[in-house]
Design a protein around this ligand. Structure first.
Ligand SMILES: [Zn+2]
Length: 110
């Protein structure tokens, strides 16, 4: 028998409980983050993959290497990058600015 463990689609926590039903399917609520929804296995798997993709994007990995590591299509990664470019770019820029910005002042002409 194939039994699929349910995970929270938002935070990936296993601490979810049944919370009635919706459209004939059991509705679940995460006790960790209070996220509520139909935890369909495919959606859960994708959510976990996308979370991994986002984490790798923040580390400025190449799209092709992320696609290889996670199994997510490269165009999907490009789409996610475009959609969340505001927050991701800001955090990436903040991370990259720390190093070079300080050394730039020290290296003067002279
Ligand atoms: Zn959760």
């Amino acid at each position: 028998m194939v039994y699929s463990q349910h995970y929270c689609a938002k935070c990936g926590s296993e601490q979810i409980r049944r919370n009635g039903s919706k459209n004939g399917q059991p509705n679940y609520q995460c006790t960790a983050c209070r996220y509520q929804g139909l935890f369909v296995p495919a959606a859960v798997r994708k959510a976990a993959q996308y979370a991994q993709v986002d984490a790798l994007l923040v580390e400025r990995n190449s799209q092709r290497s992320i696609a290889r590591a996670t199994g997510v299509a490269r165009m999907t990664i490009a789409k996610r990058l475009k959609k969340s470019s505001g927050s991701l770019a800001a955090s990436a820029a903040a991370a990259s600015q720390k190093g070079p910005a300080q050394t730039l002042g020290g290296v003067g002409v002279g």
